[in-house]
Design a binder for this molecule. Structure first.
Ligand SMILES: C[S@@+](CC[C@H](N)C(=O)[O-])C[C@H]1O[C@@H](n2cnc3c(N)ncnc32)[C@H](O)[C@@H]1O
Length: 336
């Protein structure tokens, strides 16, 4: 029998209480419940002992999660893994760090969404007293989770991006705001003659350097510490930025693109990898990520026309937009 479509009221109730689920997932991640269950079903009592929690309350958390297919309760009252619970194991590329990050700093900032809507300013700064990337540079544990969350959240985009976009002809690729280096690693592994430069803030570059060396790329990839608001490193014939431009206001993006414009050679390519907002009512994750950008760093997702105007103002021409099977596209520009 076909499932009955929820009524508007039921749909709304599900959405209004959406944070109950996201906080329950966050607590499951924080207690590393998936890691504790992955080798075999466990009772709430056993899990409570390992996590120093109250057994009855932990049982209620697990029962609620099992009702949405995150863990499943067997006849002996033990909880076992499900495909969604598997995604919460703390490992490279999983959703563990995403659940950790979203349920903490993000959740607290979203609690002040009204402030952002009233002022147009990031609620994060209002709650934490400083901009998100400044705060992260002073909080290494959270910064490590942020890096891992970027890989978990945007990870599938990397393969899709390198399959869809042809990097042939690029000798040196500068990954501006390259984060932990996973994107550059994937591009350099596919394009074996290419050299790379990863440019990011000092603390981030230290973490990236180790990852690039572990991937066997130390001889082909340089890391440079600095701020894209101060300068862009010369030496590239393509400048890539994935999920950088959406973090910032139009004025800040103009500064970043301006620094790249100063060092990019005439034949160079500008590669911005972002979601491109489509008009009107169609559902698109980008429309929600856009709100996240408002609340956290104070940036925005943009339409094709907005990218074209931003490029033109900074001395670039938007050449083409190459879609990928994921939400992101490669927005290619060239200096004019
Ligand atoms: C959303 S992450 C994207 C990371 C990476 N490009 C990816 O796609 O996974 C934004 C990155 O911008 C970096 N960043 C923020 N402010 C910066 C600045 N002023 N100069 C250079 N990098 C900066 C952060 O450290 C972080 O690695």
């Amino acid at each position: 029998m076909a499932e009955k479509k929820p009524t508007p009221r039921q749909q709304l109730v599900r959405m209004i209480t959406g944070y109950w689920t996201s906080q329950a997932i966050h607590v499951a991640a924080k207690l590393k419940l998936a890691d504790l269950v992955k080798d075999g079903p466990k009772s709430a009592e056993q899990l409570a002992q390992s996590t120093k929690t109250q057994p009855q309350a932990l049982y209620r958390l697990l029962r609620a999660l099992a009702s949405v297919e995150i863990f499943s309760e067997d006849e002996q009252g033990r909880f076992a893994m499900t495909p969604m619970a598997e995604c919460l194991i703390d490992q490279h590329g999983s959703m563990w760090a995403v659940a950790m990050m979203m349920g903490d700093e993000h959740f607290r900032s979203w609690g002040e969404l009204l402030y952002s809507v009233q002022t147009g300013k990031p609620a994060f700064d209002h709650v934490f007293g400083k901009p998100v990337f400044d705060w992260l540079s002073e909080h290494p544990a959270e910064a490590k989770i942020f890096d891992a969350a970027m890989t978990g959240f945007h990870g599938p985009e990397t393969q899709a991006m390198i399959d869809a976009y042809d990097y042939t002809g690029i000798n040196t690729l500068v990954d501006v705001g390259g984060g932990n280096g996973t994107v550059l690693t994937a591009v350099l592994k596919k394009n074996t003659a290419m050299k790379g430069i990863l440019y990011d803030l000092p603390g981030v570059v230290e973490r990236a350097k180790k990852n690039l060396a572990d991937a066997g790329l130390a001889s082909r990839c340089q890391t440079i510490a600095g701020s894209f608001f101060e300068a862009a490193p010369p030496g590239g014939d393509a400048y890539q930025m994935r999920h950088i431009i959406h973090d910032w206001t139009d004025e800040q993006c103009h500064t970043i693109l301006g620094h790249i414009r100063k060092v990019i050679p005439p034949h160079g390519k500008l590669l911005v990898i972002e979601m491109v907002i489509r008009p009107r009512n169609e559902f698109q994750p980008a429309k929600w990520l856009d709100l996240n950008m408002l609340v956290l760093p104070g940036g925005r997702e943009r339409t094709e026309a907005e990218y074209a105007a931003m490029y033109a103002k900074a001395g670039f021409k938007l050449e083409r937009i190459v879609p990928t099977p994921t939400e992101v596209s490669v927005i290619e520009g060239r200096p004019v």
